[in-house]
Design a protein around this ligand. Sequence first.
Ligand code: COA
Length: 169
Amino acid sequence: MSCSLHLLRPVGRAHRARLEQLTRGAGLFRPEEVATAVELLDESLAGDDDYRFVGAFDGDQLIGYACWGPTPGTVATSDLYWIVVDRGCQRSGVGSQLLKDVEGRLTADGRRLVVVETSSRDDYDATRKFYEARGYTRAATIPGYYAPGDDLVIYTKDLTPGDLARTAP
Ligand SMILES: CC(C)(COP(=O)(O)OP(=O)(O)OC[C@H]1O[C@@H](n2cnc3c(N)ncnc32)[C@H](O)[C@@H]1OP(=O)(O)O)[C@@H](O)C(=O)NCCC(=O)NCCS
């Protein structure tokens, strides 16, 4: 498997099992969280625009993906629901390429703000470093949200620098 030469393209039904495998293989997610990622892919493939996927491929092999969608009840805020890179390909720039692609699509669609939820656990240290390296700001923490000692950490990125504080119409 090559981690350096890859193309980004939609994730299809043929990659469903591989998406499940690489999400489980990340070693971070509970079985019900892995199932949720697959369910979101199913909804997306069924035509639900609330969940959009892009994959990074080595040939036909899915080596990473991102899933995002509009945040309900907001004016042009979007959630990044999932971003996962095959363990053997992490730290090779694949996650950055996926994130850049998602942000480019969001900007082109006139979206303003990206929100990402993650965990304060030590095993999410690399994940938090990744978001911080990619210009995300730690905007809020909810202590004990997931479990005692496991906080919800919310990162945001302003896609329209300076405009977020503008008075609402
Ligand atoms: C988070 C994740 C998607 C990042 O993808 P990636 O392809 O490994 O990231 P990149 O190679 O593009 O890294 C970009 C930068 O992030 C930071 N970073 C990434 N992994 C890091 C690590 N293990 N330790 C420290 N910094 C790290 C670095 O600044 C890195 O740049 P550098 O390698 O030039 O120093 C990937 O590690 C992953 O799939 N993790 C498990 C799943 C997960 O946590 N998903 C998010 C759920 S909220």
